[in-house]
Design a protein around this ligand. Sequence first.
Ligand code: DAH
Length: 340
Amino acid sequence: MSQDWFAEIKRLIEEINSFQITDAAALEDFRLKYLGTKNQIKGYFAQIAKVPNEQKKEYGQLVNEAKTIAELKFENHTHFKQSEKKTAQKISDYSLPPIEKANGTRHPISIVLDRIVSIFTKIGFEVVEDLEIEDEWHNFTALNTPADHPARDMQDTYYLRDFSDLLLRTHTSSVQSRFMTKNQPPIRILAPGKVYRNETISARSHCQFHQVEGLYIDKHISMADLKQTLLFFAKEMFGPDVKIRLRPSYFPFTEPSAEMDIYWGLKDETDHRITKGTGWLEILGCGMVDPAVLDNCGIDSKTYSGFAFGMGIERQAMLLYKIPDIRYYFENDIRFLKQF
Ligand code: DAH
């Protein structure tokens, strides 16, 4: 019987020692249980009257020890309470500046892409998205670029290691062939998306970037329609005073082909750098869809004609937001991203 008193108090000490205090709530539980006004240790003190006289001293020492252990343990964990207190003080002191709320921002590529889409949807273009892992036929062959065609060298391609026919699309023009094999004219689509090329990463080029493809196929479509459409776009995008110029160029899937530059001017150093000191910046390739491409995709080239264009998004965003280096887009640096 007399042993029980000691066994009980030892169990209490063990309990106190093994109590896990991991946060402010646990600390408060601990305090209520062992140090508060109705704490358990008090109960043990109260029982001292029942303990046989010859054991009272030892029993009393053990209860005191339990109390000391509990107090020390509490003291050792008060940092939990303090951190809570600090936050509470912060919130209740209204003279302090507010805690900044970390709202996300839109990526400049998304902002510019949305603008491009809204401009073209105004004149009846419909947005279409398709595969990024493409086969050679849709990315090259259908677009008049057979396997031995020198134009395939124009784009360093990422092929999938175990599927020699599959690649990461090198341009959004692959969406043209995807769409034309499944749909008959009239076709008026806009295809935005990511494209990939095996290029050395530098301030001006990257192995991954974004393009928007446009395709318009119907009866009696001419180069004049193409030029008018692009002029409309340039004015909406860069302002009514923008100048454009079409320079003859070569693409296997268009004939004739051109590249379009816009005149941005040379207002500051970034303009100089981005336009290489000319004030002009090439923003897209375009042309009249080669009749062979229409035939490859099952559209009668004697009845229909059309134009196509493909534009880069990064460059336009560079110009609009004065971004000097293409690598910023993909680094996810908050200091860059939160400026938009
Ligand atoms: N696909 C071309 C490129 O990535 C851009 C392009 C040029 C797209 C002419 C077109 C086009 O649709 O007609 O460089």
